[in-house]
Design a protein around this ligand. Sequence first.
Ligand code: FAD
Length: 423
Amino acid sequence: MNIPTSKHPRLVIIGGGFAGLKLAKSLSGQPVQVVLLDQHNYHAFQPLFYQVATAGLEPGSIAYPFRKIFSASKQVFFRLACVNFIDLPNKQIKADIGNLSYDYLVIATGATTNFFGNKNIERLAMPMKSVSEALNIRSLMLQNLEKALLTNDANDKDSLMGIVIVGGGPTGVELAGAIAELKRDILPKDYPDLDMRVMDIHLIDSNARVLKEFDERSSQVAMSELIKMGVDLRLNERVTDYDGKTIQCASGQNLPAAMVIWAAGVKANIPEGIPEAQLTGGRISVNAYNQLIDFPEVFAIGDVAVMISEEYPRGHPMVAQTALQQGALLSRNMKQLLQGLAMQPFHYKNLGSMATIGRNKAVVDFPNFRLKGWWAWCMWLFVHVFQLIGFRNKVVVMISWAQNYLRHARDLRLIIRPFKQSN
Ligand SMILES: Cc1cc2nc3c(=O)[nH]c(=O)nc-3n(C[C@H](O)[C@H](O)[C@H](O)COP(=O)(O)OP(=O)(O)OC[C@H]3O[C@@H](n4cnc5c(N)ncnc54)[C@H](O)[C@@H]3O)c2cc1C
């Protein structure tokens, strides 16, 4: 990998998501050589993927190059690499670009889509865990509408215009609301020859309400707003199979849809080599300092890690705040460790949850109070712009949102790289 030797110990971080990036940034200047490895050359802001998928934001505005972030840090080395194997006993990682030994290792590889073993759904449904997958959704939605224009077969039209979103968490709710707004404000002008009443947007969830991690009243607000926007909510429903044209549901009510967006679950993204004994519930088991139980020089942070405690018997929520807080604490602990001092245990600070449903509509649950409507929406906008990396991205996103809001516009309805469905 051409990493120079150093008089300082080497800390290898796998993954520059919320957790890994927070850690790498705050270790710059410390007596440690930091090597950051990521399969992409940019940090991606996942909470705004849905805006890329629905033509609201350009992908470049929610991604930021690692090399720019670390251009002034002499002790942080970035390598574009996909890590395939971790050899814990020999303190070495194996990646597609070569092997690298470490003194300390931090696994921050996040999570990937969980299709729960259904191969047809995995092959044919659209996940949204990367910038390119968000762009695939944008392309396929537009490609299907173009195809719908060309057919006079009512069943084909139903299927090509139908969109099913599986999973009523924040991602599913945000996608459903954004697509409903596209259908209402934009698509009738773009496709005057298509009868938009045929375009059904279904949101399916196996629970009795959407946003099940939120306060019940916030869920009710989200559900009633979605219904007002024309989204067909199918709760207590389970998807069983998909053939690319029709989605099958456990209730027997099947839905025509050439596009199914899968927002129903995630699982930890664990490179090979981690023994079963180090895993709990499919995530890497860590102690209160994010250390692997049998390998104290190895840490796991963010979505990939599970820290069981009395308060969190199934681990902390797989959200950005957990990843950021664990990344921040590990950087402080690493500084302690390097000086031979004691580390501090992790305590999760619940800062609340938020989801936007559409224009002027959002719900925010803080630990002690809730917001909904316009105020919640403003709060959602502010928090998301604030968390973006890079001045340019913040400005571009603010300008794009102002323009979309004032003009009821989504100007990025572009099929840049047509999506090819696998057979
Ligand atoms: C569509 C979507 C919307 C979301 N919305 C919200 C939200 O509104 N609020 C919220 O709090 N959370 C949200 N989340 C969850 C949040 O994004 C995650 O909890 C958070 O990103 C976890 O951070 P992480 O650092 O653990 O992992 P990630 O941010 O996923 O980063 C993992 C990094 O590891 C890299 N990587 C993975 N495997 C390898 C490998 N083998 N080799 C090299 N590099 C690798 C990846 O490229 C990536 O850069 C959302 C997630 C998604 C997908």
